[in-house]
Ligand binder design. Structure first.
Ligand code: GLN
Length: 283
């Protein structure tokens, strides 16, 4: 079987489960990774005959994709902010919305990149701090997570991207932060309430870590409350807190940030028009 024939088989089968654009994007990701080709080479090599090993491997991957397993978990890889990240089922797959949050921070601090001290809370794969460390090479970047399994993935990504983020195990719900230390605190904490679980896509619910998705208990903003309170204390004067938020909770997050003393609060929409990010300043 040739690369082109296999590509067609992937498109046909995957378009029953995914929309056509996504089916094509997934096929491209799989072929590039397994055949170790970039997009340009892939089209040049379309008449190449697959080895039997490649054929078996690709058929197995197709079966898993048809069960809705995300391609990033199957390949163990995700792209984020132009960098490569290892992922497994202990961490969320980095999302494009989160790239927008990182982009906001990068443009906000473009004129002040030296001596920045940055903390990311609930770091998962480490996609946020590693991207920031990459953009701000002289910054001192720290990141925490309660999950040791996630921290292991984040450390791998630190090596993979040649960054020096300091990863620490820390439970923000129960432990304090250093006072007056950071210029930037960021968090994309678990923000889905248990009632929203029924509306979620099957592939997210079935494969991604529930610890990273769902807020525990009754208060779906518990992480925002604890983080805003502790971040206010941990930020230096003029320091900023950035959150990724549940699109339905913008107003409540702003109110609670105001309650803990933040000013100049700004809410931003993501590319799909959903209220997705908030920034506040400690004056
Ligand atoms: N900070 C990580 C991300 O943005 C993990 C987020 C989470 O686990 N809630 O992907």
């Amino acid at each position: 079987m040739t690369v082109a024939e296999l590509q067609k088989q992937f498109w046909d089968k995957l378009s029953k489960v995914y929309d056509e654009r996504e089916a094509r994007a997934i096929t491209r990701m799989v072929l590039e990774e397994i055949l170790e080709l970039d997009t340009h080479k892939l089209s040049l090599e379309r008449f190449r005959i697959l080895t039997s090993h490649q054929h078996v491997l690709l058929s197995e991957i197709l079966e898993r994709l048809l069960t809705h397993e995300p391609v990033q978990y199957i390949l163990g890889r995700a792209d984020f902010f132009g960098l490569k990240f290892n992922v497994n089922r202990h961490v969320l797959i980095p999302r494009p919305e989160t790239e927008e949050l990182v982009d906001w921070i990068v443009s906000d601090f473009a004129s002040r990149t030296s001596d920045l001290r940055i903390l990311d809370i609930g770091t998962g794969s480490g996609c946020i701090p590693i991207s920031l460390a990459h953009k701000f090479p002289s910054a001192f970047v720290e990141a925490t997570d309660v999950s040791e399994d996630a921290l292991e993935v984040a450390e791998e990504n630190n090596r993979l991207n040649d960054t020096k983020v300091k990863f620490l195990k820390h439970d923000i719900l129960n432990e304090d932060l250093l006072a007056n230390t950071y210029d930037i605190v960021i968090s994309n904490p678990p923000y889905i309430s248990l009632e929203e679980k029924t509306f979620m896509a099957e592939n997210v619910l079935k494969f991604e870590p529930h610890l990273a998705l769902f807020a525990p208990g009754e208060d779906s903003l518990i992480f925002y409350r604890r983080i805003a309170e502790k971040a206010f204390h941990a930020l230096k004067p003029f320091g900023k807190l950035f959150f990724e938020i549940n699109e339905a909770k913008g107003k409540e997050v702003i109110e609670l940030m105001e309650g803990f003393g933040f000013t100049n609060i700004e809410l931003r929409k993501d590319l799909s028009g959903k209220e997705r990010m908030v920034k506040g300043e400690k004056l």
